[in-house]
Design a protein around this ligand. Structure first.
Ligand SMILES: Cc1ncc(COP(=O)(O)O)c(C=O)c1O
Length: 417
């Protein structure tokens, strides 16, 4: 059969609606990272993971511009040969220190940072992975040679059972997201690390959504629990307001992976602008904890505002706020209606989530204002009632959410009086 046949069949099947008018839609302008121009109207951007609102920060922008002036737009080669700058090394040292690890490698994307794990997953090894992990962690399992064992989402008993059934002398690795990118809940890292110890396994955490958000130092889920997993990976495209990825861990592991992971050896170096932006964002992240306090406060108000309207935000206790919609058609229709009402959300349907688990994901940044939050909630009220997703009047809504925050981080609401 012609290799293109699948494209024809898919197009015929999805001619009318593959959600085609909801995905890959172009935004024409951005305003401070909190609003965008979409289809001629200015709408609230509630689907960006720029948690600390730093993509619009003048210091971050200026750092990127300076790097372009000094080093150009591209290094034109892989880090292994001609593309390594002192700037990459500076970011690697800073990130390793920040994440409490010995060493780090910076990659052009978070996806590639996770693919770096492939050489550790060899024939005869086992890899245990949470069913809700990000697609890039699924991908590295396909790329590696280890036997795959998926455990039910955050189900420690299931993980224990799977670990116990693996050959005791085999190499074992457990993969988990820190904050899960759709559910918004936090991984059970202490329990996983205890099990890992008992079964001779290592733990790898993808901290893409918790770096900058969780922990007394804002260094993510390991910081939150005061633990040190073997390796931490993260995208730089969220709290660090850039594009890129990092993998951090013991020096000998990072060095080994640099030479053995094809995703590092055979790909162009992260661009100078992106590296400089991440460095500047890291400075601000560390110097201005009030940004973290703001994004946590806003998230708590968002959760509870939605819950007061009758929406369910699931098990999330973080700034990743999933609005349970259930049903692909309904999810896409809600997305369109919310855009018309002035709010740009992220419609998560298959393959982003399993069929039947559709959500509209909302993420606000430290840059969003109380007025924007109020407008967002008004749009959800109007559209949800019209679409029959929430009741006209609510007698008893779901219990309020207490966002997870370090005791040492004051709330910006209290500070504002
Ligand atoms: C948990 C998680 N890991 C990895 C990635 C991939 O990062 P990047 O977009 O930089 O490739 C993402 C981004 O969507 C993510 O949410």
């Amino acid at each position: 059969m012609d290799v293109l046949e699948k494209c024809r069949a898919w197009t015929a099947e999805h001619r009318r609606d593959a959600g085609g008018d909801c995905y890959y839609r172009a935004i024409s302008e951005t305003f401070d990272g909190t609003e965008v121009e979409f289809e001629g109207a200015r709408v609230i951007m509630a689907a960006s993971h720029d948690y600390l609102g730093l993509s619009a920060d003048a210091r971050v922008r200026e750092a990127a511009v300076r790097a372009v002036r000094r080093f150009g737009t591209s290094l034109g080669g892989s880090r292994a040969v001609s593309g390594s700058l002192r700037l990459h090394e500076e970011l690697e040292n800073r990130l390793a220190q920040f994440l409490g690890q010995e060493a780090a490698a910076v990659l052009p994307s978070g996806y590639q940072a996770n693919l770096m794990l492939a050489p550790l997953l060899q024939d005869g090894d086992y890899v245990f992975s949470d069913l809700s992990n990000h697609a890039s962690l699924d991908e590295v399992i396909r790329l590696g040679e280890a036997k795959e064992r998926k455990f039910l989402h955050s189900d420690v008993a299931h993980l224990k059972e799977l670990l116990a059934s693996a050959a005791s002398e085999a190499g074992k690795m457990i993969l988990t997201d820190g904050i899960f990118s759709v559910e918004g809940d936090i991984c059970v890292l202490p329990e996983m690390m205890k099990l890992a110890d008992a079964h001779g396994a290592h733990v790898v955490v993808d901290s893409s959504h918790d770096l900058g958000v969780l922990g007394p130092n804002g260094a993510g889920v390991a910081d939150h629990f005061g633990l040190r997993p073997l390796l931490v990976t993260s995208a730089l495209s969220k709290s660090l307001a850039s594009v890129g990825g990092v993998i951090a861990g013991p020096t000998e592991v990072i060095r080994y992976l640099r030479f053995h992971a094809r995703t590092s050896m055979f790909t162009a170096a992260a661009s100078p602008a992106n590296v400089a932006a991440a460095l500047a964002a890291l400075d601000i992240l560390q110097a201005e904890p009030q940004r973290r306090a703001r994004v946590l406060d806003l998230a708590e108000q968002l959760h509870n505002g939605l819950r007061a309207l009758g929406y369910d935000t699931g098990a999330s206790v973080t700034p990743v706020v999933p609005v349970l919609v259930r049903g692909r058609e309904r999810c896409l229709r809600m997305w369109r209606e919310l855009c018309r009402a002035g709010v740009f959300t992220a419609p998560m349907t298959y393959p982003g989530v399993r069929a039947g688990r559709e959500v509209l994901r909302i993420t606000l940044t430290a840059g969003h204002t109380d007025e924007q939050l109020a407008r967002l909630l008004a749009a959800f009220k109007e559209v949800g009632r019209r679409e029959g997703l929430i009741p006209g009047t609510l007698h008893e809504g779901p219990a309020p959410v207490r966002i997870v925050r370090p005791a040492t981080l004051p709330t910006t609401r209290a500070a504002a009086g």
